[in-house]
Design a binder for this molecule. Structure first.
Ligand code: 5GP
Length: 114
């Protein structure tokens, strides 16, 4: 299997504007944002695409949605859109599963919450 750009970002081998990380997920700003806030939530466990899910990995998309929801609450984003691109016909360019988080609201950065 060829390593993707996202393998390298989550391994901290390539720079990215990481906004959140824990043992299961890394979230970073999309390099070509399509909304004032455009983040990508990437699981540390590799899955190529929704199209490759199995019963063993089916929990991962829900886990990413939960992380995105918690991130939105923490950063005071009330409304957002969550998108999975699936396969070439669905606009998927990078074959490492990721959740797009888009909002017309700007995120409140850490340290600027009060
Ligand atoms: P896809 O079309 O595969 O669902 O989405 C891939 C996304 O990754 C695109 O929105 C694209 O702008 C973003 N992207 C591609 N290369 C990089 C990169 O090197 N760094 C970051 N931060 N985002 C990237």
């Amino acid at each position: 299997m060829e390593r993707t750009i996202f393998h390298r970002i989550i391994a901290h081998e390539l720079p990215a504007d990481i906004v959140y990380e824990d043992g299961d997920v890394v979230a970073f700003k999309d390099i070509r944002p399509k909304a004032p806030t455009h983040l990508l939530f990437v699981p540390k466990q590799y899955v190529a695409s929704i199209a490759e899910l199995t019963p063993e990995t089916a929990h991962i998309p829900g886990m990413l949605i939960l992380k995105a929801k918690e991130f939105a609450t923490a950063h005071r984003i009330d409304g957002y859109k969550l998108v999975y691109h699936v396969g070439r016909g669905g606009g998927q360019e990078i074959y490492y599963l990721h959740l797009h988080f888009l909002s017309q609201e700007k995120m409140v950065e850490e340290g600027a919450k009060n």
